[in-house]
Structure formats: C-alpha cells, structure tokens
Ligand binder design. Sequence first.
Ligand code: 5GP
Length: 166
Amino acid sequence: MRENLSYEQFGVAVRELAQTIADDGYKPDVVLSIARGGVFVAGGLAYALDCKNIHLVNVEFYTGVGTTLEMPVMLAPVPNAIDFTDKKVLIADDVADTGKTLKLVRDFCLDAVAEVRSAVIYEKTQSLVKCEYVWKRTDEWINFPWSVLPPVTPSGEAPAFNKEAL
Ligand code: 5GP
C-alpha cells in the first residue's frame, strides 16, 4: 500500500499546516528547509506564514524505498548556526519517517537558536522526533508528487529509472 499525494493535495496540505502553526501563535523568524523534499514544504509555509527568511540544509539518508545509509549526513555547505542565533526557527520537511533526519537538524539548531519547532506533511508512528506540527499521520510509504516520477530526459532518449517509484 502507498499513500499518494498529488500536487493539488499538497497545496491544500501546506496551507492547512500553516494555519495550525498560525493558530498556535508560532511566528518563525527563519524557515529551515531540509532538502530536497522539505524545500517544497518550506516555500509553501514561508509564504503562508509571511516569513521572508528561508535557509536550507541538505541531508542524505534514503537510497530507495525503505533503504537507507547507516545514518543521515549533512552535505556541504552546512548552514552557519550563527545565522540562527536568537531566532525562532521552523524546520520544514516532507516526512518524519524514522525521524533521524529531523533529529540531526534539530540537534544542530538546539544550542544556537531561541526556539526550534518542526513541521512536516507526514509523520510516521516510529519517528523518534515528535513534530510540533503534522498534517497527516501514516505508516505507508508515501509517493510525493516531486519524486514519484523519474527525472526527465531529453525527448527521444530512454526514460530514467526511478527507484523511489518501484
Ligand atoms: P527519516 O530520517 O525521518 O527516516 O526520513 C527523512 C527523509 O527520508 C524524508 O525527508 C524523505 O526524503 C525520505 N523519506 C522517508 N520516508 C519516506 C516515504 O515514505 N516516502 C518518500 N518518498 N520519502 C521518504
């Protein structure tokens, strides 16, 4: 079984997630997006919450459906934690699955910032980080609209192989 999210549903999800954050009275100074999936979420949340400051951290963990590196790793360039000093940070990602990625980024922020909270479209039961803001809970593998299709290739060339969509 798969949980399928379309771009249209994502548009609704990100507005609803932002509404929950606004209703909770959290006004982030910085949205910190976990690339690549979190970039979509961060952009939507930053607009909806009227936050003009977006930063990005690149984390690599998954190599396919349910297959991961041993631990998530931050790829260079790692953001300068000084940029977040005394800031209220909202970490944005597409899904907290094991939660290891979010934990890595949250721990990176914890010492430096005034406050850090996390927002995700999906959170799975096993996640070791319990996000403050979650749009939907599922334990299925999620097909996101940005990664369900293989990368485009020049017209006429063989299509690329997408290990996420298997
Ligand atoms: P975690 O560290 O919480 O296990 O996983 C974090 C990242 O792994 C997510 O930001 C996402 O890129 C990828 N990931 C984890 N679970 C899923 C899933 O169900 N579907 C997809 N497409 N990616 C996932």
